[in-house]
Design a protein around this ligand. Sequence first.
Ligand code: AP5
Ligand code: MG
Length: 191
Amino acid sequence: MVNVIISGAPGSGKGTQSELLVSRFQLIHFSTGDLLRHEIAAQTPLGIEADSFISKGNLVPDSMIIDIITSAINRTCPKNCAGILFDGFPRTREQAVALEVMMNGRGTPVSLCIDLQVPERELIERLLTRGQTSGRSDDNLETIRKRLEVFEQKTKPVNEYYQELGKYVAIDGTGTIEEIFSRIEAVLKGK
Ligand code: AP5
Ligand code: MG
């Protein structure tokens, strides 16, 4: 069983690479952003609250996200599944610690954190292009800048946490989607 985190700045390609990883390695994929956007689309109380953070480029509170991911895992992941792919989670050190405790408690520890590295100018270009069709409330220049700032302040420390645990791998997230996937695949094949 391989449990993988795909990490990286907004627009670094987490969702794009997750799709390929799921079909190649039969992993169960959790994108906390997608889970929250489903709640927003359904206009649930949780979704309405989450949207007030997301549309401004802020993170939703740790307690909310930890509850969502814990119940999603307990609901859909048998302990003998091929593995879990976490996309956009954890995003704070507190979330990372909670995930370690949960996965170690299940006897299925996190194997690796893969960090997709892309220069800021390219991130902004990708997100602005996507914003022309995505309908996402956070794909506009002002909110993109805020998301990048929050990433620097709150999410980069998560990389240090996995470095300390010896579970961190940085990957060049530029080039074609296929080139990037080959880099990730090479790392995972060694696991
Ligand atoms: P989330 O949905 O996770 O968004 P994000 O991190 O901002 O990242 P994106 O989904 O925008 O980008 P991505 O890295 O998936 O890239 P993609 O593959 O789409 O989170 C949204 C919000 O929800 C957060 O801001 C926060 O408020 C909240 N949230 C979520 N998780 C949370 C958590 N754990 N804690 C607290 N709050 C949380 O690619 C981007 C674009 O680039 C696409 O158009 C794609 O086609 C294109 N592209 C991809 N690869 C390439 C390539 N190689 N070359 C050219 N274009 C490419
Ligand atoms: Mg995404």
